[in-house]
Structure formats: structure tokens, C-alpha cells
Design a protein around this ligand. Structure first.
Ligand SMILES: [Zn+2]
Ligand SMILES: [Zn+2]
Length: 315
């Protein structure tokens, strides 16, 4: 019997290298891996991937440093480098790697993305293309040319990575639809990219708890969660919960968890980001005509939260 498991696949601790571009040795995050993991445990997460910059941060179970079953820790890393004289940041999530992946500089953005995706897969991991608009490094044009990455950030909680579209630049969600419309299937993930666990929590700080994935899996173990991420058996969320979600070539059917007096809109989206159907309320359903290219759902809530289901491609 499959269950839903909540996890974050992008967060930092002070165990990684210095902040990229800050050679004074400042660690990326303000807390050690145990403090970071405790935050996620006490906030109900089932699994967590510590993704320090160019560092595979592991908790030592054998040494008795860890007493809790949750969150399940899946080894990870954020493979990070800058190309074009340090102006363009290329960061990739490496989920479930069995060894460290050293970043590869292949000069231009597309070959650099590709070389690092290949290296992540070779190390047994799933590759995620992180925060495309960060430092305006790349968008759908580059992403559509990369093969083998299973995941793309469609939301990232870091306040400096340009998640929303403005000034003539596309939002992450628009970038995702452009990539999908090019014919490349890639699953959308929401992540925290958290760095700050101490002091005040505010929108301008890099705090945890903002974006996560809900994976449908047979059990809470690394293989099951990895399978779910790889096969798109999950949805991304920034606050909306979908206790029921059925989707396949015959359609999408979902139910939204009620929360106070908040109201919900489900927008079914097809190729080129077109709106196929809009539904208000706690239940929504879409049956394809057959010429949509792909279809998916974005649920938005009056409290600002969203959920995104994965696309279903029609041949
Ligand atoms: Zn990053
Ligand atoms: Zn990061």
C-alpha cells in the first residue's frame, strides 16, 4: 500500500565548502548538519537530502550520533561552479549519490550542465537542475538541450534566486512549461535551499520550510523514494496538500486537503503553458481531448501556497 512521504531535497549545513564566490571561507549555512536535520524532524518531514556545495555531508549513524528514524537521510550534494568568468552559476542537485561528484567546468553553460548531469548519474544519483534564474545563468533554451536530468526546480525558497517572472524574464513555472513544450519530460520540484536556521525567520532570510515534495512510495527507504522521484510519482508543494491524486493518459483527478476558510483554484495546463481548464473548490478533474501535448495541474490557495502535479505526456 503506497503512502505519501514529505521531503526536502535541497538544503545546506555548515559542513560544506565556503559560499561560492565568497573565498573568505564563510560556510554556506549557519548550522551544523544535526541542527539542520533536527529542524526537519521537528517539522514533520519524512526524508531529507543535505546538499552542501561540492560536499557529501553524511550523518554518522554507526557512531551513535543519530537516534531518530526520521527524517530518512538520503546522501546528496549540490554540485556547484561558475562559468563565464564567474558570472554564471551552474548548480545541480545530486540526489542519492554513492560518492562525491567533483564539479566539471566545460566552459559554456549547456556542456557544463550536461557534463555534471552525466557525472551525477555515473555516481548513482538523480540529477536536479537547480534555480535556473540565479545569476541569470540559464533558462529553458539551455535546459531543453540537456539530457538525463530528471528534476527541475520550479520553486526554490531562497529569496535571491528569481523564482517569479518580471522584467521580461520568465518565472520558474514558465521555464518549466517551455522545457516540457520542447518535448523534454522533466519533473518539477519545490525546494527550500535553506541556509539560515538561527535568529529571525523572515521572507528576506534563507529559512527552511518553504518548498517540498510529496512522494508516493511503498515505503520510507532510499530505493523507494528514489524510484518515486525518478518516475514522477510525486507532486511539489509550497503549502497545498493533495491527499488524493490519480493521473495517467486518461486524465488527472485530485482532491485538496481543506484548511480553514482558504479557497482553491486548480488550473490544468497544456503545451506552451496554455490553460486547458480552471476549477474552483476542493476537487478537480481533467480528461484530455488528445491534442494537448501534455497536461498537468497547478493548484493555488488564497494563502499563497501552491501544489504542482507532474505532466502527463500524450503521444
Ligand atoms: Zn545553488
Ligand atoms: Zn543550494
Amino acid at each position: 500500500m503506497a503512502s505519501w512521504y514529505r521531503g526536502n531535497i535541497h538544503t545546506h549545513s555548515n559542513a560544506g565548502g565556503p559560499r561560492i564566490g565568497y573565498p573568505n571561507g564563510d560556510p554556506a549555512a549557519d548550522s551544523d548538519p544535526f541542527t539542520v536535520t533536527r529542524w526537519y524532524r521537528t517539522h514533520g518531514y519524512d526524508f531529507l537530502v543535505l546538499t552542501d556545495h561540492n560536499h557529501r555531508t553524511l550523518l554518522e549513524y554507526a557512531a551513535g550520533q543519530r537516534r531518530f528514524r526520521k527524517p530518512l537521510m538520503i546522501p546528496g550534494e549540490e554540485v556547484s561552479l561558475r562559468v563565464h568568468n564567474g558570472t554564471k552559476a551552474v548548480h545541480l542537485g545530486a540526489i542519492g549519490i554513492s560518492r562525491l561528484v567533483e564539479p566539471i567546468d566545460a566552459v559554456d553553460v549547456v556542456p557544463t550542465l550536461q557534463a555534471n548531469v552525466d557525472a551525477i548519474i555515473e555516481a548513482g544519483g538523480i540529477a536536479a537542475i537547480n534555480h535556473p534564474n540565479f545569476s541569470w545563468a540559464f533558462d529553458h533554451v539551455e535546459i531543453s538541450q540537456v539530457r538525463g536530468a530528471h528534476l527541475l526546480e520550479i520553486y526554490n525558497g531562497h529569496p535571491q534566486v528569481n523564482v517569479y517572472g518580471a522584467g521580461g524574464k520568465p518565472s520558474y513555472e514558465e521555464i518549466w512549461d517551455k522545457v516540457l513544450s520542447s518535448g523534454l519530460p522533466i519533473w518539477g520540484v519545490a525546494t527550500d535551499d535553506s541556509h539560515q536556521f538561527k535568529g529571525e525567520f523572515s521572507p528576506a532570510r534563507i529559512n527552511p520550510g518553504r518548498g517540498w515534495v510529496m512522494v508516493r512510495a511503498d515505503g520510507l527507504d532510499q530505493d523507494s523514494i528514489m524510484d518515486g522521484l525518478q518516475s514522477g510519482q510525486f507532486y511539489a508543494s509550497t503549502g497545498v496538500t493533495l491527499p488524493e491524486l490519480e493521473q495517467g493518459p486518461e486524465g488527472i483527478k485530485l482532491r485538496i486537503a481543506e484548511d480553514g476558510d482558504f479557497m482553491y483554484t486548480t488550473r490544468f495546463v497544456g503545451k506552451d503553458g496554455v490553460t486547458l481548464k480552471v476549477v474552483f473548490g476542493l476537487e478537480a478533474e481533467y480528461q484530455p481531448r488528445g491534442d494537448e501535448g501534455y497536461f498537468r495541474a497547478t493548484v493555488t490557495c488564497t494563502n499563497g501556497g501552491s501544489a504542482w502535479t507532474q505532466p502527463v505526456f500524450l503521444s
